[in-house]
Design a protein around this ligand. Sequence first.
Ligand SMILES: [Zn+2]
Length: 165
Amino acid sequence: MASALVLNATYEPLSVVPARRALCLVLADKAEIVHHDGAQIRSASLVMLAPTVIRLRYVVKVPFHRRTAVSRRAVFVRDAHRCQYCGGTADSIDHVIPRSRGGAHVWENVAAACRPCNLRKRDRTPDEAGMRLANLPRPPRDGSWVAVSVGRVPEVWKPYLARAS
Ligand SMILES: [Zn+2]
């Protein structure tokens, strides 16, 4: 199912919704189509172009700091699917300070890791295990929640997301 990027009236990216839901907002006159790719949505009586980007006709207030929730998928997106210890393909999540030792499940304490590194580190800190993180774990940049929700960001969305960061 195709997705549409929803922009605030100010052009700030707000969310990602199914194209059909985006079309409902347009039909209800709550949004306008900014971009479509020519694909069609059919209902019993209508054939409509499926929007890929819509813009709301009114301004939605968003919290100043929108934080992407910590999830396995979100951590892989942030760390580009690379093990933060050896650079190999990541297939697990490491808690830098192990949970068994009070480490929290927060952006600053999670890193993508491969299974061998995860096994080698066990319930130790990187220092104790003699391992080094490639990057200091941080919350992802604003706008990366979009990549998390769709996996891969369509080209036509990129200009709108660049404005946000
Ligand atoms: Zn590794």
